[in-house]
Design a protein around this ligand. Structure first.
Ligand code: CO
Length: 444
């Protein structure tokens, strides 16, 4: 069997999961040479929250961060996460924005783009795949892993076939909630290996306490690449620990042969930084605690803590348990969407409304209506006529690729921000995060 490859996530998911994505570029730069020499397959460095937090909280240009990282990382591939037609933002963008954004991301240093769609509607990835391939980057297509009666192994295999036909260079199983059980992972990876020769990467989270076991079973099943984070930014709601995995596999046929002395230096570098965030309260001990409830309810850790806050704000914390029980019901009624951004927030909001109103679906957020109308894409299971009528009345449901309904918008957005934008990258920051980008331009 071939050597296991490791993608280090500290600079994206690691700090996003534990310290609200607050690592600054100044905190990242001094350790990059060490990270570059450790033998990683890739460093994950860019994604929605990293981009947003740069502009919103750190007064930094995310493009500038990417260029600086690239200048310091000579041997290792740089990877980003993109939400298909939503890119790094919160809505569907027109095809011209998707094209220009991915072109610029690759031009500024990204080698591997991991793309996924919250509904696993592969039409929402078509444009991204086309552009990534055209620009000569590596296109990794991810399945958003969830559990439901319709999310069978056959369902995932079908999706992977679609990815492969469209030109994917590798496949990722993205278990954002940390609910992929060890023996399920083994079965799934074995089954995928039967139908494709594309490399398979596993991305999971330690939230529920099973991630390391799942990692090991996945390695036994022949997974090609795994995502881990250096110890100070690992575990809890983040990824399994890089050093522990390396030591587990020492002298094994799958030994990733990472440089242990580099790993120790990286860990020693991040430890005091993470300690600083523990002292400031930014890193809450709660995110480090194992939450097996995630496995019972299949609700991601982040969504649970959001719900707790929402219920407290509404002075309705006594109804928290009812809300938790309402979520699986809504999921079933709405065709089993995976609970990942933005679906997790939308389903959470609907559950709160259903519990605090007199009648279920008395209040319905606009985004849920859009979802039922098909504007986010195709649902994994059909929604019953009764629920459809309750939510959108007699409105029509679209069956085309949602972005087909969006007119090209780059020129219009460019005109809006002409005075403040200094580059095409600025225009794209503004396209994705209009208010925060504008505020940042005014401050710089
Ligand atoms: Co993740």
């Amino acid at each position: 069997m071939n050597k296991l490859k490791v993608t280090e996530t500290s600079l994206r998911d690691g700090h996003q999961s534990l310290i609200a994505t607050r690592l600054s570029t100044d905190e990242i730069l001094p350790i990059l040479t060490e990270m570059d020499n450790a033998g990683f397959h890739a460093l994950e460095v860019w994604g929605g929250a990293t981009f947003d937090a740069c502009l919103r909280f750190l007064n930094e240009d995310p493009w500038d961060r990417l260029r600086k990282i690239r200048a310091n990382v000579k041997n290792t591939k740089l990877q980003m996460l993109s939400r298909g037609q939503n890119l790094l933002g919160y809505r569907n963008y027109a095809d011209d924005i998707v094209e220009k954004f991915l072109q610029k991301a690759i031009y500024n240093g990204i080698d591997i783009v991991r793309v996924f769609d919250a509904l696993n509607d592969f039409r929402n990835l078509k444009k991204s795949i086309e552009v990534i391939k055209k620009e000569g980057a590596h296109c990794q297509c991810a399945i958003a892993y969830t559990i439901s009666p319709v999310h069978t192994i056959e369902y995932y295999l079908q999706l992977i076939k679609e990815f492969e036909d469209e030109g994917a260079d590798s496949i990722c199983i993205k278990d954002m909630s940390g609910i992929l059980l060890p023996y399920e992972a083994y079965k799934l990876i074995k089954a995928i290996k039967e139908i494709t020769n594309l490399p398979i990467e596993l991305h999971n989270h330690c939230t529920s306490g099973i991630a390391e076991m799942t990692l090991l079973k996945s390695i036994e099943a022949g997974v090609d690449i795994v995502d881990t984070a250096i110890s100070p930014l690992s575990s809890g709601t983040s990824q399994p620990c890089t050093e522990s995995l390396t030591l587990t596999l020492q002298d094994n046929e799958r030994d990733p042969e990472l440089n242990i002395s580099c790993l120790n230096k990286i860990a020693n570098y991040f430890k005091p930084i993470v300690n600083k965030y523990i002292e400031s309260g930014l890193l809450s001990p709660k995110v480090l605690m194992t939450e097996p409830k995630t496995l019972f309810y299949q609700i991601p850790g982040g969504m649970l803590s959001n719900l707790i806050n929402q219920m407290k704000t509404l002075n309705a914390f006594d109804k928290y348990d009812e809300v938790i029980k309402e979520i699986p019901k809504i999921r079933e009624e709405l065709g089993y969407p995976p609970l990942v951004t933005p679906m997790s927030q939308m389903i959470g909001a609907q559950a709160v409304f259903n519990v605090i109103s007199n009648e279920r679906y008395e209040t319905i957020p606009t985004e849920i209506k859009k979802y039922v109308k098909g504007l986010y894409g195709k649902t994994a299971a059909p929604i019953s006529d009764e629920i459809k009528r309750k939510i959108i009345g007699d409105d029509e449901i679209i069956t085309v690729r949602p972005a087909d309904l969006i007119e090209m918008e780059y020129d219009k957005i460019f005109q809006e921000i002409l005075d403040l934008a200094k580059s095409e990258e600025d225009v794209l920051s503004y396209a994705l995060f209009p208010k925060v980008a504008k505020d940042y331009f005014l401050k710089r």
